[in-house]
Unconditional design. Structure first.
Length: 123
């Protein structure tokens, strides 16, 4: 199953390679420790207006503090807000192969420029 999905993802042709600066996007949180989707979207739109691409859920380590469902919901919210996925590279790497495949498939389905991936553990 995973190999089949990987092959489909790997064969997907990119129409344009992402270029320029990819800003590591901070994920804002509310007082109850849930992600603040509205502030997150506003920050991403501002970064795009500054000609930066988006490296969400990865380079600032907060992705490890978010559940897979929270990351998926924030990516859904970015897409629903009209954020250009061709300028986005979300972090999809998780300790769980199942969760990694789920987040990667979501990013591919949305047309993201790529994903940030963790190296395999314990080889």
């Amino acid at each position: 199953m995973y190999y089949s999905l990987f092959r489909r993802i790997h064969r997907k042709e990119m129409t344009q390679r992402i270029r320029g600066v990819l800003a590591p996007v901070l994920t804002p949180f509310k007082a109850d420790l849930s992600p603040d989707g509205q502030r997150f979207i506003a920050h991403c739109k501002w970064l795009l207006s500054q000609n930066c691409g988006l490296a969400v859920f990865g380079t600032n380590s907060e992705a490890n503090s978010l559940s897979t469902e929270e990351r998926a919901a924030l990516l859904d919210a970015l897409v629903a807000a009209g954020v250009d996925t061709s300028r986005m590279m979300p972090g999809a790497g998780c300790c769980s192969i199942t969760e990694t495949v789920k987040l990667t498939a979501q990013a591919v389905a949305y047309g993201c420029a790529g994903v940030l991936m963790l190296p395999p553990f314990y080889l």
